[in-house]
Write a protein that binds this ligand. Structure first.
Ligand SMILES: [Fe+2]
Length: 134
């Protein structure tokens, strides 16, 4: 099961869609590393790359929402914060459990579910709102 962005997740805002695609790539790299039995150090690095990219993406997305006075910016910020916390927890779990594929699989399941649900419900609404402004 590769983690990949699909067309139905399109929000309709160029920057956000481009970043979402890359975000899925980072999540997939973590999953692949776990599946292919990469070293613990390598997998931790993949966690860090995903974390870094997530933060960059959230910051850009929030900036965009602010620029259009998006009314649900605060709710989005809270969701974003929750995900970053959860990601840190998953990384910690992995670090403590050692090179454990089960942790990676459940982490990836969570990440995939969260990304898909967040984009298809919350982020799509940003696109709809932006369209109305035009
Ligand atoms: Fe978002």
């Amino acid at each position: 099961m590769a983690l990949a962005w699909t067309k139905n997740l399109e929000v309709g805002i160029g920057l956000i869609d481009t970043q979402h695609k890359k975000w899925f790539e980072k999540a997939d790299q973590l999953f692949e590393a776990g599946k292919n039995g990469k070293s613990k150090e390598y997998i931790i690095q993949m966690f860090d790359f995903l974390d870094e990219y997530t933060k960059t993406h959230f910051k850009d997305e929030e900036k965009y929402m602010q620029s259009i006075n998006y009314p649900e910016l605060n709710a989005q910020k809270q969701m974003h914060e929750g995900f970053i916390k959860k990601l840190a927890e998953l990384k910690k779990q992995y670090e403590e459990a050692g090179a454990n594929i089960t942790v990676i699989i459940s982490a990836n399941q969570f990440i995939l579910d969260w990304l898909t649900k967040h984009i298809s419900t919350a982020d799509k609404k940003i696109g709809e709102y932006a369209k109305k402004l035009k």
